[in-house]
Design a protein around this ligand. Structure first.
Ligand code: HEC
Length: 132
């Protein structure tokens, strides 16, 4: 009797664990946080450049370009929010800020600082409304 109970408990625990694991696998890669993480890394890299007084186009430009390209993926990465017009507006505002910076490369660290703070504002605006 005791071994039967143990067997049934083991079976139940195994079944529950299998369901948990399969669910975790099906959730797949985290596209949304991946996009955010890549953008955040490039923001940090630009911030480091600035603090090291390295603000030439060759320092800031490549970071900015990658951030701009990854920002194209914000809407598709967020699935359900993709069709939310306000969410798309915030994403567009970030892209516009990056486009503006790419068109007028910073001539000084002060100019690069202004670009970073513009981008930061665009990140924060969306986070304020959509990030829990
Ligand atoms: C259009 C909206 C939007 C914009 C613009 C945006 N984010 Fe986000 N971000 C979000 C949302 C929504 C979350 C919450 C995601 C979650 O937890 O599932 C988030 C989460 C994050 C996270 C946490 C990721 C994690 O691992 O949990 C980081 C870091 C981040 N954003 C950085 C940035 C940076 C840097 C920028 C600007 C360059 C930016 N975001 C611009 C919507 C946005």
């Amino acid at each position: 009797m005791r071994s039967l109970v143990l067997f049934l408990v083991g079976l139940a625990v195994g079944a529950i664990a299998t369901v948990l694991v399969v669910n975790a696998i099906n959730r797949g890669p985290h596209y949304d946080t991946a996009v955010m993480t890549v953008m955040a890394q490039h923001m940090k890299a630009m911030d480091r450049s600035l603090k090291a007084n390295r603000c030439a186009t060759t320092d800031i430009g490549p970071q900015l370009q990658t951030l701009r390209l990854v920002a194209n993926d914000i809407e598709p990465a967020f699935g359900k929010l993709q069709d939310d017009p306000q969410f798309a507006r915030y994403a567009s505002q970030l892209r516009a800020a990056a486009d503006g910076a790419l068109q007028v490369p910073p001539a000084s660290c002060a100019a690069a600082g202004a670009i970073l703070s513009n981008l930061d504002k665009a990140c924060d605006a969306c986070h304020r409304d959509y990030r829990n």
